[in-house]
Design a binder for this molecule. Structure first.
Ligand code: FAD
Length: 571
């Protein structure tokens, strides 16, 4: 029996594929959360975000972040069958070739663009659309993707706005070159406009796949003998579930490292301080935490334009639109964002601005760390013409930090430009809490702790204002609402704005990263935990270096590659 810990994004994908590839083996998935097949907050695209902070969310938080005005950040993670794929905002994209080739260059043989794109294409069934005209999409996978049919009228200004700033349209952004401005797909099943997420994989699984929901693994069962350290099962409280083959940890970037530490694998001082017997020293466990930073500006629409805000504040309209969605007709509740741009600093800031960012990157990078060295290469070699450093999302409605005005009504309608910094240098950690080891771990991403990251957040926010002020978009809005042009003008104002309002865009990764022991790696190229028999990790925690993209397609790709490798070992 193979045991998969965590029925989330990667967990269900790897388990389902294994059940097909290894029909004679039993595959057991153990998931802490419930199945929520009929939950409209998950299924309705326009309700994305409504599950955050609720029962399907683990509701983790960071420790106070000194460089972000001492704020404590929410770290949302799915606690439900499907994991974070049930909570995510359905952006479906991919990074640049170099983002994937970097894995191999960091010493992980076979982990490159060519293998990743084959795996990522196997994940999806893309609905052909005249707005996409390139390679890089799949047509026969379990996850359905489509370019959203709801495009608000004011989004029509987004592509021309970017074009007027010198950023060309890209109709083939999933094929390894994401630079440009485009209309991107979401993971939506177009036949009924529902979220398509990892539980869909179960439809391809064989009868040898079993799922236990509402069941939390407390630690791994470890056999420590002269032959070394072997994992032979998992504990659910006092119950031992034995694995005859392997245990696959897919508990995600927060809990995979925590489960290793609860089982005695990781840094001795962390584990001993929690009163747990230390079994194996693996200094990389819980380290190398990377995340993408987001910062946003919002604009009041002119009176003649409606927006997604209407469904939030107008109960009658909301009921009407919900009825339409439920009868499978076009509805405002179909909405997910589809306007995106990915660009280099050269494109966003020109040669001088870009050179300044490169100088700050040199100051921020720890060159003894191969991940930092690679990120610096993106900025200081010819790669700086092909690897995006800045993303801007056109988001209908208000999604900022300031909060909707106290007297929100149908005339307070917005659009928001969300900018995302692709390769910040701040790295942090996730470790168990010595006083409550099984409780919420200590998460410290060190947001904005590097000069590059702070400047990037400032420039990103400033650039969103520049986009909004192009004639193509200016015609749609009446006034800037956040930060409010009157309030933020000087460099010092932007710095304060960045420290006060930068958020995570929900992509923690890297806490059990793939790499050599010398480089602090936790798993090898076959996803096996260094120095441990019978244990692999398959989830976002193994990503060594963050890509210039949202990460779910990469996570699914990891699961597809993992399934081939694991099955190959038994066939
Ligand atoms: C709010 C939000 C918005 C996002 N938006 C996007 C987006 O638009 N596009 C995009 O590409 N990416 C997005 N992401 C990121 C992406 O969804 C995640 O990176 C990805 O889903 C992580 O997959 P995973 O398999 O590593 O972990 P998860 O999918 O989180 O799976 C981990 C699973 O393990 C379970 N688990 C944990 N501990 C235990 C235990 N001890 N016992 C049993 N089960 C356990 C959890 O309940 C969970 O189901 C978003 C994420 C969030 C949270």
């Amino acid at each position: 029996m193979q045991i998969v810990v965590g029925g989330g994004t990667a967990g269900l994908a790897v388990a389902s594929r294994l059940s097909v590839e290894l029909p004679d083996q039993c595959i057991l998935v153990i998931e802490a959360g419930p199945a929520a097949w009929d939950e409209e907050k998950i299924n309705i695209p326009g309700r994305k975000g409504s599950t955050l902070g609720g029962p399907y969310d683990w509701n983790f938080t960071t420790v106070a972040q000194p460089d972000a005005a001492g704020r404590v950040f929410n770290i949302n993670r799915g606690k439900v069958l499907g994991g974070s794929s049930a909570l995510n905002l359905m952006t479906w994209d991919r990074g640049a070739r170099a983002d994937y080739d970097a894995w191999e260059e960091l010493g992980n043989e076979g982990w490159n663009w060519e293998n990743f794109i084959t795996a990522m294409e196997a994940v999806e069934t893309f609905l052909p659309d005249p707005r996409y005209d390139g390679d890089g999409v799949g047509y026969d996978g379990p996850i359905h993707t489509t370019i959203n049919r709801i495009i608000p009228p004011h989004q029509e200004g987004f592509i021309p706005a970017l074009e007027s700033l010198g950023v060309p349209e890209n109709k083939a952004s999933l094929g390894g070159d994401p630079l440009g401005v485009m209309t991107q797909p979401s993971n939506i099943r177009a036949s009924n406009y529902t979220r398509s997420y990892s539980p869909t994989y179960l439809s391809i699984a064989g009868p040898n796949l079993h799922v236990r929901t509402n069941t939390t693994v407390s630690r791994l069962s470890i056999c420590n003998s002269d032959d070394g350290v072997t994992v032979d099962g998992v504990y659910i409280g006092d119950e031992l579930v034995q694995a005859t083959q392997e245990v696959i940890l897919s508990a995600g970037s927060v809990q995979s490292p925590q489960l290793l530490e609860l089982s005695g694998i990781g840094q001795e001082e962390v584990i001993s301080a929690a009163g747990i017997e230390h079994v194996l020293s693996l200094p990389g466990v819980g380290e190398n935490l990377q995340d993408h930073l987001r910062i946003q500006t919002s604009y009041y629409l002119k009176d003649q334009y409606t927006s997604f805000d209407d469904v939030r504040v107008n109960a009658t309209l909301a009921a009407e639109q919900l009825a339409l969605w439920r009868s499978n007709e076009e509805s405002l509740y179909d909405y997910t964002g589809s306007g995106y741009t990915y660009m280099t600093w050269d494109q966003a800031l020109g040669a001088n601005g870009s050179a300044h960012m490169a100088a700050l990157a040199r100051e921020s990078a720890d060159l003894s760390n191969p991940v930092d060295a690679k990120k610096l290469e993106y900025l200081t070699t010819s790669l700086n013409a092909s690897v995006p450093e800045l993303e801007v999302i056109f988001s209908d409605g208000y999604t900022g930090v300031r909060g909707v005005p106290a007297v929100a009504n149908h005339t307070t309608r917005f659009f928001t430009l969300i900018a995302v910094v692709q390769h910040p240098f701040s790295r942090g950690s996730i470790h168990l809490n010595a006083t409550t080891p099984s409780g919420k771990p200590v998460i410290d991403p060190n947001y904005l702790s590097k000069s590059y990251d702070l400047q990037a957040a400032k420039e990103a926010a400033k650039y969103t204002r520049r986009i909004a002020q192009t004639p193509a978009l200016r015609k749609f809005w009446a006034a800037e609402y956040e930060p409010s042009a009157g309030a933020v003008q000087t460099d010092a104002d932007w710095e304060q704005f960045a420290r006060n309002t930068t958020l995570s865009i929900y992509h923690p990764m890297g806490t059990c990263h793939m790499g050599s022991l010398e480089d602090g790696g936790v798993v090898d190229k076959d996803l096996k935990v260094h120095g441990v028999q019978g244990l692999r990790i398959v989830d976002a925690s193994i990503i060594p270096i963050q890509p210039s993209a949202h990460i779910q397609t990469m996570v699914y790709g990891i699961a597809e590659i993992a399934a081939k490798k694991i099955a190959g070992d038994y066939q």
